[in-house]
Design a protein around this ligand. Structure first.
Ligand code: ADP
Length: 239
């Protein structure tokens, strides 16, 4: 692994933030729900459905529709965020759908829709990944047929050094050298990539290393997601 940059929070370059906490059944009225926390970033996902799609012309007779809505609460960062959709939240909602769709068995509920509402209650970078992790658990908790669960993590490049799971400072404030590049990746436990974003400069060798780092940490996250779901079942089904 490349060296050079020393992290402000003294983490190793391939170390996830802590704590990583996962829980299902956090929204009792929803059909399924989950909370996922990594470091200071906290996401809650609530699933409603499958239910009839309105308006009717949006119904798809060939497969069900997965509709994700990502929202950062106004109090999730120090400077209040203006409530309501933004360009960024619309983009992340779409990306979340694309990251989850490959594992959701959409053909099981034709004409219907499953709504996944993601709320970021505290943001310190990596919110799209935390949201996807919470959403995957919430879908499983709601009993939506899935081929697998997905796990998501962001790998970054700070100047020339690869570092795992950027915090807010590393993600957007660091500017020296080549600056910071953020590469969110979502994977199944077997390493199938369902989502990868990259806007920045990186060479082929480093991208390979990014994927190796992502796969290792997605497996760690997967074990935490799985345990949260199993704990809920051991407690007697949905909380
Ligand atoms: P991600 O949260 O997935 O890393 P971004 O890279 O767009 O997505 O955002 C990085 C971080 O910047 C967020 O987690 C949050 O801490 C902060 N942030 C994003 N949008 C805003 C905003 N409108 N106001 C204040 N902080 C924001």
């Amino acid at each position: 692994m490349t060296k050079g940059y020393v992290r402000t929070d003294k983490r190793k370059n391939d170390e996830l933030r802590s704590p990583i906490l996962a829980k299902v059944g956090v929204v009792p009225n929803a059909d399924g729900s989950a909370q996922f926390q990594i470091g200071k970033t906290i996401a809650i996902a609530a699933v409603y459905g499958p239910k009839k799609m309105h308006p009717q012309h949006s119904q798809n007779p060939e497969k069900g529709t997965l509709r994700c809505t990502y929202n950062m609460n106004s109090f999730s960062v120090e400077d209040r965020i203006r409530p309501g959709p933004s360009r960024r939240s619309t983009e992340i909602s779409k990306i979340t759908e694309w990251a989850l769709e490959p594992v959701v068995m959409l053909n099981k509920w034709k004409n219907q829709v499953v709504d996944v509402h993601i709320n970021i209650i505290q943001a310190d970078a990596g919110t799209r990944c935390a949201g996807i992790n919470a959403a995957a658990m919430a879908l499983a908790h709601a009993g939506i047929p899935m081929k697998d669960i997905v796990s998501s993590i962001s790998v970054g490049k700070i100047d020339k050094t690869l570092v795992l799971d950027l915090d807010k400072y590393e993600d957007s404030i660091f500017e020296d050298g080549e600056g910071s590049t953020d590469i969110p990746v979502t994977m199944t436990p077997s390493g199938e990539i369902t989502h990868l974003q990259l806007d920045g400069r990186i060479n082929k060798e480093q991208l390979k290393e990014v994927l190796e780092m992502a796969q290792k940490s997605c497996k760690e996250i997967y074990e935490i997601q799985k345990k949260a779901l199993k704990d809920a079942i051991d407690l007697g089904g949905k909380n």
